[in-house]
Design a protein around this ligand. Structure first.
Ligand code: OTU
Length: 633
């Protein structure tokens, strides 16, 4: 136990307390010392002067030690493995799938039975939407938890979850679940036993002060950020039944850390930290992305690294690039925050390019993105369970001489099916009458034109659009996610309109139940399902064979000299990938110089993940409608 003797004295005292629980675990001792200051410093900075802190700190150390001590051999082996290969989530082989448990397979036992389907697709990472015990509907799709220590009874038990995690491990798939850490359900027992876990105010003075600079998340259905409950105003950023936790209280941090550690003990591999930007509030700001949020995330991360280092963190922060990249750990937090974050900007730009048929905004905005800190990576995706918020800033627009406001209006109109000539069939989400803007709901296939397609030609174009967007998400670098049903082209599902608890929230439009009958057609090349399935399989195979996609590579969006053709170059360790992608329904030519200038050649090393051949004409490569080509060197 050499390391223990080398410990600094102040570490030693706290360590002794923790060690009493995790006796004789050398690996734990090493981790404890290594990450101790990463845990202690942010917490002392946030809570050091709070009289509640000493007791909270002791409880935290105890639960960290208890989690480490009870870790079964199987998970310890995983801890060891992932400490050696921290890039395990960002390899070129990694592909994720996102789904609701009930809508995919009824319950957790059902998901276990459906694993062969996911294996066949080539999935290595499964994100199951919120599955902890939620309040009865409405519960925002599970984002209103009443018990963090239990699975929702409609989906199964903790044992079912443990069994599923075990099956997945055996199949080489990682399991991600949501931790709703910004708020609990209004019915959570804490609201009664620990009212000081929440933020509430006797009158409107402070709420009014905050609301002067607070944007509305749900301006249409849940305006304002406070809800009058009995005799006070409770902070409710989202729906009235979702009460924001008060992270100025150290007990809240410890309670939520305990919930995360318990999930680690069940064998969860990745925690999705829901609504991370909102954890800390400050008057005079939009109460998102405050510096304290990063202190909290670093402390959660350090606690987990000490207790269960196999577990990775994924930030759900749908914010501007400047605010987003810090969730991956920047500056003094480098290497100490989340492993993954959603690349919301890429997702928005893909749909923007598809609607306008122009790639200038996408190219210039992506080129201006701050680089990802070493070791961290993006989650790239085309659709998810949420709406699409058209986060295009005035600076983004200005770079290509476009008016960002008008472009956002165009996108909302286009994808709501209102713009003349549009192929999209989506709906407006939370239109804001004050600005005339709206977000967009709708499934990938419906937004891409499959629902509106009058004939085979239009169906063909819609299929190609779906594959094109996925191709860029798959080639970009990071961990690509497929949203359940998109592999089959599932259309908008309007049945939510008949459910009084869902009717007000049109995000349910793009949360259909899995159509297993449609899935049954996935091997028939004459069907839409067959073509999408085969197309995605080709993409997964192409990605797998492309070392340049590995996280350590560099992503460089390229100008191709044709405003309708997107270019993307990936390089890592001497290997490179060039993707050129036509975002229009017309043939588009690109000078072969674009290919040659990067050292690629037209013959020999081209893959055609969309199944069509390469056409060259004199000194040009001519891309068919929505075609994308992958060049390797
Ligand atoms: C998340 O989304 C979830 O993804 C949603 O499904 C939930 O409704 C919500 O939290 C509440 O739990 O505003 O429009 O920057 O954008 O947390 C969706 C992050 C949301 C927010 C995000 C939030």
């Amino acid at each position: 136990m050499q390391n223990v003797h080398a410990m600094r004295p102040e570490v030693r005292a706290d360590y002794d307390a923790a060690l009493a629980v995790a006796v004789g675990d050398v690996a734990f001792a090493v981790r404890f010392e290594r990450f101790f200051t990463e845990l202690r410093d942010p917490l002392f900075a946030l809570y050091g002067t709070d009289p509640r802190f000493a007791d909270a700190w002791e409880r935290l150390l105890r639960s960290i030690a208890a989690t480490a001590a009870s870790r079964p051999d199987e998970l310890r082996a995983l801890d060891h493995e992932r400490e050696i290969t921290p890039d395990w989530l960002q390899r070129e082989q990694a592909v994720g799938y996102v789904t609701y448990v009930d809508r995919f397979a009824g319950d957790l036992a059902g998901v276990r039975e459906k694993l062969p389907y996911l294996r066949e697709l080539g999935i290595t990472y499964l994100h199951l939407m919120p599955l902890l015990h939620a309040r009865p509907a409405p519960n925002d799709g599970g984002y209103a938890v009443v018990d963090y220590g239990a699975v929702d009874p409609s989906l199964g038990t903790l044992d079912d979850l443990r069994a599923l995690a075990g099956d997945l491990r055996e199949a080489g798939m990682a399991l991600c679940v949501d931790v709703v850490l910004n708020h609990t359900a209004a019915e959570h027992p804490w609201t009664v036993s620990h009212p000081d876990y929440y933020r509430s105010f006797p009158d409107r003075e402070r709420p009014d002060a905050f609301e002067r600079t607070l944007p509305d998340v749900f301006p249409d259905t849940a305006p304002g950020s406070f809800t009058w409950v009995a005799d006070r105003w409770v902070w409710t950023t989202f729906n009235a039944y979702q009460w924001d936790l008060d992270y100025t209280n150290p007990d809240v941090f410890v309670a939520m850390a305990g919930a995360m550690l318990d999930l680690a003990a069940v064998g969860i591999d990745v925690l999705r930290l829901d609504a991370a930007p909102f954890l800390w509030k400050r008057v005079g700001t939009n109460c998102q992305n405050q510096p304290e949020v990063h202190e909290l995330l670093q402390a959660f991360r350090a606690a987990m690294r000490i207790a269960a280092p196999a577990v990775a963190f994924k930030a759900e922060a749908i914010v501007a690039p400047r605010d987003l990249v810090p969730y991956l750990g920047t500056g003094r937090h480098e290497g100490k925050e989340c492993d993954l974050a959603y690349h919301n900007v890429l997702m928005v730009l893909l749909w923007s390019a598809l609607a306008s048929g122009r790639v200038g905004l996408m190219t210039s905005t992506l080129r201006a993105m701050p680089p990802v800190p070493p070791g961290a990576g993006w989650l790239t995706y085309v659709r998810c369970h949420d709406d699409i918020g058209w986060a295009i800033t005035p600076e983004d627009g200005a770079r290509v001489g476009d008016d960002a406001y008008l472009h956002r209006r165009f996108l909302a109109d286009f994808y709501a099916g209102d713009f003349p000539g549009t192929f999209a069939r989506g709906v407006r989400f939370q239109p804001d009458p004050r600005t005339g803007e709206a977000r967009t709901s709708g499934t990938c296939a419906s937004l891409a034109g499959l629902e509106s397609a009058p004939d085979d030609v239009a169906v063909d174009l819609a299929v190609r659009r779906v594959l094109l967007l996925h191709a860029v998400a798959f080639a970009h670098g990071g961990l690509p996610l497929i949203y359940m049903g998109d592999e089959l082209g599932l259309l908008n599902d309007t049945s939510y309109l008949e459910d009084p608890h869902k009717r007000d929230d049109n995000r349910w439009l793009h949360r259909p139940a899995m159509d297993w009958e449609a899935a049954g057609r996935r091997h028939d090349p004459a069907t839409v399902e067959g073509r999408l399935w085969a197309g995605l399989r080709r993409l997964i195979t192409a990605r797998r064979g492309t070392r340049a996609i590995h996280v350590q590579g560099v992503t460089e969006p390229l100008w191709t000299g044709n405003d309708h053709v997107f270019g993307l170059c990936r390089e890592q360790a001497g290997e490179a990938l060039l993707v050129i992608a036509n975002f229009t329904a017309d043939p588009q030519a690109v000078s072969l110089d674009v290919v040659r200038s990067r050292g690629f050649t037209l013959t020999g090393e081209v893959t055609e993940p969309d199944g069509r051949g390469v056409e060259a004409y004199h000194d040009f490569v001519v891309l068919a409608p929505y075609q994308h080509l992958w060049f390797h060197r």
